[in-house]
Design a protein around this ligand. Structure first.
Ligand code: TYD
Ligand code: MG
Length: 436
């Protein structure tokens, strides 16, 4: 078959060897080979004490949900050059202080290159061991010999198992390697970090193929052209997903950015139509981001829509709502929407910000620079309440905003500082009246 009957894409099929026989599985011992496997009564199972180990790199601990859980398998994905190796070397250095021996397995760089990077980072780890090896079976021998307390695999695509004939980096190899490391992590109760490249071809044999195997998935997001790096927890069996960590790439490695909102509002143009600040929640953290819209009359009959950082379909929907409910003639225009700073937002609370930005550009009137806005917008033009309204308003106040337009439904029980004026609105029309 040339075409995948599942997703409809061409040339996606890859060979996968049949699963090992049951006898073979028995010798491998399954996932928890140290214990005898028989049904356990729920009440007899000892609850695990909160054994999270913070790394001391604040933003990294935040995405992990407070620290590393022993025995967890953590996948870190990102495009080449975004800083995966740098981050993990910094983390390894910290872990040698708290855990003891850390094994850094590198299939991409020689030990000299890694040392060079370490010198640039200014780290002096005592018990960091580097292993330039790509054969899974030989790696496991070395793990048995060294007995490390944490393991980093850079990258999972370079490691191969001799049991399979397919090439390193193929889906079956990458899955086998991840599966074996999962068992290793659980059996030895050591954390294992897998680095995975997001390849040009997208999902094939990349970190996406492993998401269901591992405990935690972290992705580097945003553009490489910015100095800051955003790490997002896409999945976390031990904490909240969607949590963000924000770093800045400096001459000596990745440094946590503590004032995240400040970073995204840094270069905000003042008094320019089409720029609106909205309060988002990224995981547990409130974040003020600038939405920018540009509405330009189209040279051709049909308007184009281009977005960066927000969903294009959502923008189309909001535009149709503006046209139908407010008589704003935008559907024939070219509309561009951008989130400043290369971050992407996918929560409906940004709707009202998008609407205000489009309206501001369309009317060519700037929004007051000290006003912020948030709220979900429905098809009838109604503004719906969002979660965490108090947190958002407080962040707006902390970032110097003195006026906040929010859904009416969020006013009840809202806690905020007197220094900020809060305006509750029921629909988009009221919201725009309050903003302009
Ligand atoms: P790297 O960690 O090698 O990326 P990955 O493992 O994800 O492919 O990071 C590479 C980039 O980071 C490279 O462009 C150089 C830059 N960098 C710095 O700016 N400062 C530093 O201290 C280090 C170590 C790297
Ligand atoms: Mg690397």
């Amino acid at each position: 078959m040339g075409k995948c009957p599942d997703c409809g894409e061409w040339n996606m099929l890859v060979e996968e060897r049949s699963a090992p026989s049951r006898a073979d599985l028995a010798t491998r011992g399954g996932l928890f080979r140290r214990r005898e496997v028989s049904p356990l009564a729920y009440q007899d199972i000892e609850s695990q004490t909160e054994a999270r180990q913070p790394t001391g790199i604040e933003e990294f601990d935040r995405v992990l949900g407070g620290g590393i859980v022993p025995g967890s398998l953590i996948l870190i994905g990102g495009e080449p050059g975004c800083g995966k190796s740098t981050l993990l070397l910094q983390v390894s250095d910290k872990l040698t202080g708290t855990y003891g021996k850390v094994l850094y397995i590198s299939g991409e760089e020689s030990e000299r290159q890694i040392k060079l990077r370490g010198e640039r980072l200014g780290i002096k780890p005592q018990e960091l061991y580097l292993l330039p090896e790509t054969c899974l079976e030989r790696i496991f021998e070395q793990v048995d010999r060294l007995d490390p307390q944490a393991i980093v695999v850079d990258s999972v695509q370079t490691v191969f198992s001799m049991k399979l004939e397919s090439a390193p980096g193929s889906v079956s190899q990458v899955r086998e390697v991840a599966g074996q490391f999962l068992m290793l992590a659980k059996n030895r109760t050591v954390p294992v970090f897998l680095i995975g490249h997001v390849t040009k071809e997208g999902a094939i044999a990349g970190p996406k193929a492993l998401e269901h195997i591992v405990d935690t998935v972290l992705y580097f997001e945003g553009e490489r052209h910015h100095n800051h790096r955003i790490i997002r927890a896409v999945k976390n069996r031990f904490g909240a997903a969607n949590e963000l960590g924000i770093f800045e790439m400096t001459g000596h490695g990745l440094e946590p950015v503590l004032n995240a909102s400040g970073l995204f509002l840094n270069e905000r143009p003042i008094g320019v139509p089409g720029s609106v600040v909205t309060a988002c929640m990224e995981g547990t953290r409130p974040l003020m981001v600038e939405l920018q819209a540009l509405v330009a009359s189209s040279k051709y009959g049909t308007g184009r829509r281009m977005t960066q950082g927000v969903d294009t379909n959502r923008v189309s929907l909001l535009m149709a709502m503006l046209e139908k409910r407010l008589g704003m003639d935008v559907l024939g225009d070219d509309v561009f929407v951008n989130v400043a700073g290369g971050i992407s937002i996918d929560e409906p609370a940004a709707d009202l910000g998008i609407v205000a930005a489009i309206a501001s550009s369309f009317r060519n009137i700037p929004v007051d620079e000290r006003s912020a806005v948030f709220g979900e917008v429905g098809l009838a033009g109604e503004v719906r309440a969002t979660n965490q309204a108090s947190v958002r308003v407080r962040e707006a106040y902390a970032m110097g905003f003195r006026r906040c337009v929010i859904p009416q439904g969020n006013l009840i029980g809202l806690e905020y500082d007197d220094g900020i004026e809060v305006i509750g609105v029921r629909n988009v029309s009221d919201a725009l009246d309050a903003m302009f």
